[in-house]
Design a binder for this molecule. Structure first.
Ligand code: ADP
Ligand code: ZN
Ligand code: ZN
Length: 172
């Protein structure tokens, strides 16, 4: 049965989370399943998609939000056979808002901390040179500010030597 909290639900600042850097994921899953998902997810396995991302979120104590995000996908799969992990439509948002409201969490539609930060990077440039096909940037520069790549960038000289292409603005 679900734990009955005496004070308003707050799952982000529970002391055990802060004390234990690797909380028992399965136990948390089962507890959230009772509290927020009507026990419908008992048959679902907790699966890691990105350990690094999880580690980053643990560090910022955002882990429960990541788990709840995945559990909403699991719910949509169990109840509507919706396997679309990129689907963050009205159904997803309904549950996201419901749980955020009840708990003060900040579950988002983003799958990684990086994606969350990325939405603020609205100014994009792309190189027309061979670095288009190279890891890790594939020729993209994405910035929050409208500051075009230039010789002021510490990597400019390195890029000129290894690629030699020119940047053009592709999105703002
Ligand atoms: P911000 O864009 O947040 O100001 P930076 O000035 O450090 O951060 O720019 C980082 C971006 O610059 C990377 O995301 C990448 O797009 C680009 N970049 C960095 N190093 C290189 C490089 N050696 N060659 C090509 N592009 C690079
Ligand atoms: Zn998602
Ligand atoms: Zn280039």
């Amino acid at each position: 049965p679900a734990a009955q909290p005496e004070r308003p639900l707050s799952i982000v600042d529970e002391s055990w989370e802060i004390l234990d850097p690797s909380p028992d994921v399965r136990a948390m899953f089962l507890e959230f399943n009772d509290m927020f998902f009507w026990g419908k997810l008992s048959g679902v396995e907790v699966k890691w998609t990105s350990c690094v991302d999880i580690a980053v979120r643990c560090f910022f104590f955002l882990f429960p939000q990541t788990l709840l995000h995945e559990m909403i996908h699991a719910l949509l799969f169990v109840t509507q056979n919706n396997r679309d992990r990129d689907g963050h439509g009205p159904e997803f948002c309904k549950h996201m808002n419901r749980i955020n409201k009840a708990t003060g969490t900040n579950i988002t539609i983003y799958h990684s901390f990086h994606d969350e930060v990325d939405v603020y990077r609205q100014h994009w440039w792309r190189c027309n040179g061979p670095c288009q096909n190279r890891k890790p940037y594939f020729g993209y520069v994405k910035r929050a500010m409208n500051r075009a790549p230039s010789s002021l960038d510490p990597w400019w000289e390195d890029h000129r030597r290894t690629c030699g292409g020119a940047y053009t603005k592709i999105k703002e």
